[in-house]
Design a protein around this ligand. Sequence first.
Ligand code: G6Q
Length: 545
Amino acid sequence: MTITPVRITETPEWKALAEHQRSLAGRHLRELFDADPARGETMTVDAADLHLDYSKNRLTPETVQFLVAVAERAGLRERIDAMFAGEHINVTEDRAVLHVALRAPEGTRITVDGHDVVPDVHGILAKMRDFSRRVRSGDWLGHTGRRIRAVVNIGIGGSDLGPKMAYEALKDRTDRSIVFRFVSNVDGSDIWEATCDLDPAETLFVVSSKTFTTSETIANATTAREWLLAGLGDPAAVARHFVAVSTNAEKVQEFGIDLGSMFGFWDWVGGRYSYDSAIGLSLMIAIGPEAFGEMLGGFRAIDEHFRDTPFERNLPALMGLIGVWYYDLWGAETQAVLPYDHYLSWFPDYLQQLEMESNGKSVTLSGEPVELPTGPVVWGTPGTNGQHAYYQLLHQGTRLVPADFIGFLRPHHRVGAHHDMLMANFLAQTEALAFGKTAEEVEAEGVPPAQVPHRTFSGNHPTNTLLAPALTPRVLGELVAAYEHRVLTQGVIWGIDSFDQWGVELGKALAQRIVPELTAEAAPELHHDSSTNALIRRYRAARVG
Ligand code: G6Q
């Protein structure tokens, strides 16, 4: 498929948006709220269980019209339709992009190159459900007849961050009689820590790798197999203690895992868009098939909202467009994501990959340099910890940092008054960021004049507030889908391929070349730059062989 991206900055829609931005540049959020006291109620949008309040942003209803015009001009509607139709919108890899098919209900028809993929999706889901139930109920036993008490997911990048984030997010729904661990790093400390207190007779490894060639994952899986065999002593044990999630049956078999224990998926699922595929197998074992199904329902609700709702009221599209507004017209370089739920501690890391690997691109679909700054640096940690660490910069620093605040009406646990305190902080922060505290207000408090500048808060710091009833499996699915579609929205405006990741290749290739240079008996001839050569020599001199 050839997609010729629109040179968006040359369009009248973009020029009108830029002109409009100049007219708003000097206006403070205080003025915008004074001018329209209802904006806190009107500048909101609901999608399934998600409520987005975008009123504390440097924009007016007119801004939304300008942004929507840009989205339409960039072809967002057509690209959404092409994605749902299974067209090869991942142009550089010539692949369909169909994570939406992973949550399509049975009976829907979504074709890729003429083949309906929905029955395949449901076939694998049924196999996952059956296996998860067997492990959870104790029907699936280890080689020596013992129950499985530990599940270790081995994967990296998209085959790790999604299941790990979702496992943490839904921890209160997990089966506490089984320990879950996630190993990704090729640093041996990771697999060591994950296995050092486990009993091989009760441990199940889920090797998750789309390609089954990723060196970190294969190294960790090989070490795990050695650990298992050292403990159980019988190669036949692998069949009860290893399952694979992959698209590469040949490599899975080569590793020694029976195809009956392989859970497949497809090349039209990108790694960072894959945890609702079989890559979520360890998550399904943890939370159970019913909760996993609820989560898929949440994804689906936002997919349908994104596909069917006009952009003015389309939550993921608006989030995407508001991001473009700040990164490209106000010079913001980062995006903070600040969840006020302890269980979402891995959510910013997960989004980091989703957004930065997808939209960290500098050429367009047709290979031209991009016209605008693309994906921001995404970062964050759960509140309120951040408040006592880096929020100082958000309140009084010199940088513009748009922030998404994510909160929930109901807590997981009734632990004293904690939830009220948490949510009071959540609400106070966006209020303080938007409205600040003027020098006059500070003076009126009797603060000595020399201290007034230090204790003044300029305000005018933009935030989105995302509120949902509670962090349930369904709501997690909704949240993730909203961010997935935010990414597509921005990628379309920038005219880039949000679904490839060529940027990770160079480092991988160089590492392959360097491994033998570190391990060779005789000092190898080195042909790197002088810095890399010297560092290799230093490592070799101290290497523990
Ligand atoms: C994600 C990327 C990348 C990938 C890992 C693991 O979109 O493609 O993070 O998920 O490199 O790849 P495998 O699943 O093939 O091991």
